[in-house]
Design a protein around this ligand. Structure first.
Ligand code: COA
Length: 189
C-alpha cells in the first residue's frame, strides 16, 4: 500500500459527540469479521468474502493499518473508516487520498457514519493541509451516495467498472473552509 503521507500513525483517539475514532484492538476482532463477511455490508462492494476465510485471515489483534480508524460507540466497534492512498485502479482517483467506510448494518440510519467521516476528514485536513480526498461508490449505493453529498464531496465523473455504474467524488478542506468562511460575517466583511 502506498504511503498516505508524512502523518503520525495512529493518532490519539478522536472524540466526537457520540463516537471515538481509534486504532484497532483485540476486542474488535468479531466486528472486523462481521464487517468483512456480511452480505448486507458488501451488497455494492462486489459481495462478501466467505466467513471461514475471513475467520482465518483476521489476526487475534487486528492490524493497525495506516489510515484505518475503528469507529467506537460506547466501547464497541460499529464500523471502520479508511483514508488510504489510491494505488491506481480508479482513473482520476489514481494516486490520491481516498475515503472508504464500512459500518455494521445495525449502526445504519443514526448518522454515525456521517459524524465519524466528518471527524476523519477534519483529522486529514490538519495532517495534510490542502490535499484533496476522493471517494468512489456505486451509484446504486444510495446510502453511500447520500453520505458523500452530506460530507461535501462533489462529482468528478461517473463511469462503469466492476460491472456497475460508479460515482467518483472529490472533497477539499480548502473549499470546505471557503464555505465556512462565506457563512461567517467576520470573514466576509
Ligand atoms: C454507506 C453507509 C456508511 C451509510 O450509513 P448511514 O447510516 O446510512 O449514513 P449516515 O451516518 O449518513 O446516516 C444517515 C441516516 O441517519 C439518520 N439519522 C438518525 N439520527 C441522526 C442524527 N442524529 N444525525 C444525523 N443523521 C441521523 C438520517 O436521517 C439518515 O437516515 P436515512 O438514510 O433513512 O435518510 C452504510 O450504509 C454502510 O456501511 N454500507 C456498507 C458499506 C458501503 O457500501 N460502503 C461504501 C463504500 S465507499
Amino acid at each position: 500500500m502506498a504511503e498516505l503521507g508524512p502523518v503520525v500513525w495512529p493518532p490519539a483517539p478522536i472524540g466526537t459527540e457520540r463516537l471515538v475514532l481509534r486504532a484497532p484492538e483485540a476486542r474488535d476482532r468479531a466486528a472486523f469479521i462481521e464487517l468483512l463477511a456480511s452480505p448486507e455490508v458488501h451488497t455494492h462492494l462486489g459481495g462478501p468474502r466467505p466467513r471461514d476465510e475471513v475467520e482465518r485471515a483476521v489476526p487475534e489483534i487486528p492490524e493497525r493499518r495506516l489510515g484505518l480508524f475503528v469507529i467506537d460507540l460506547d466501547g464497541a466497534m460499529i464500523g471502520q473508516i479508511m483514508l488510504t492512498r489510491n494505488t491506481g485502479h480508479l482513473r482520476q482517483a489514481a494516486g490520491k487520498a481516498e475515503l472508504g467506510y464500512l459500518f455494521l448494518p445495525e449502526a445504519w440510519g443514526y448518522g454515525y457514519a456521517a459524524e465519524a467521516c466528518a471527524a476523519a476528514l477534519d483529522w486529514f485536513a490538519d495532517a495534510l493541509p490542502g490535499e484533496p480526498v476522493v471517494l468512489a461508490t456505486q451509484t446504486a449505493n444510495e446510502r453511500s451516495m447520500r453520505l458523500a453529498a452530506k460530507l461535501g464531496f462533489t462529482e468528478v465523473e461517473r463511469f462503469e467498472a466492476y460491472g456497475a455504474a460508479q460515482w467518483l467524488g472529490v472533497w477539499s478542506s480548502v473549499t470546505s473552509c471557503a464555505h465556512r468562511r462565506s457563512d461567517d460575517p467576520k470573514e466576509t466583511a
